[in-house]
Design a protein. Structure first.
Length: 215
């Protein structure tokens, strides 16, 4: 599937953690594929791609499911498979926003998120208190290491990415990276979920600076 995709696409784009979604022009991968056109791939292992073969890599709400060490491996693999000047786009929850809710200084959007999350996930919590939300979001859905903006930037720098910049959901200076996020559109109660996921999600893009090997 990899060879066929790379031969067919002028702009090679990889999505990690695609689930059952297919985006035109992108090769989707997932640990447990739920679509016949999604490639099985474990992001904590070496990627089944040659060096410097991809223009873009996208991973939405994935890296928080990996340990710090596993995340560093995944970022290193992303940089390896990206062409010189290729761009990685990551979307993941922002720990600082969850802490702001806990501290009570998150403003109206944080208050909306707290109410939405309780109705969606925490109806059996014994008390309505943001400590239950913070504990839930750090452990639920297989979350392992949740980043804030500073630590995610450090992780990308440690993986030797450059031109690291924070973006708004769905927006990018790169045409092929616009409108990719879909996490906020899933499930029931779409508009409240849309608002809540937009609140919690941070997005970074980073560029591979390395020149392709000679020969």
């Amino acid at each position: 599937m990899v060879e066929r995709y790379l031969a067919a696409e002028e702009v090679a784009r990889l999505e990690i953690g695609a689930g059952n979604s297919i985006v035109e022009g992108w090769l989707g991968t997932d640990l447990v594929p739920r679509h016949p056109e999604v490639l099985e791939m474990d992001a904590t292992k070496p990627f089944p791609f040659p060096d410097h073969c991809l223009d873009f890599v996208h991973a939405e709400h994935l890296i928080e499911h990996l340990s710090w060490r596993q995340g560093q491996h995944t970022l290193a693999e992303c940089r390896r498979v990206l062409k010189p000047g290729g761009v990685l786009r990551l979307a993941t929850p922002d720990l600082a926003l969850l802490v702001a809710i806990y501290r009570g200084d998150a403003g109206p959007e944080g208050e909306h998120y707290l109410e939405w999350a309780y109705n969606a996930f925490l109806k059996k919590a014994p008390h309505v208190h943001p400590a239950f939300l913070l504990n839930h979001n750090l452990r639920a859905w297989g979350h392992t290491f949740v980043y804030d903006t500073e630590v995610l930037r450090l992780a990308l720098e440690d993986a030797r990415f450059v031109d690291i910049e924070q973006c708004q959901l769905g927006e990018s200076r790169h045409e092929h990276l616009r409108g990719l996020e879909r996490h906020h559109l899933k499930g029931k109660g779409r508009e409240p979920r849309n608002r809540a996921v937009r609140y919690e999600t941070m997005i970074f893009e980073a560029t591979n600076p390395e020149a392709a090997p000679a020969g």
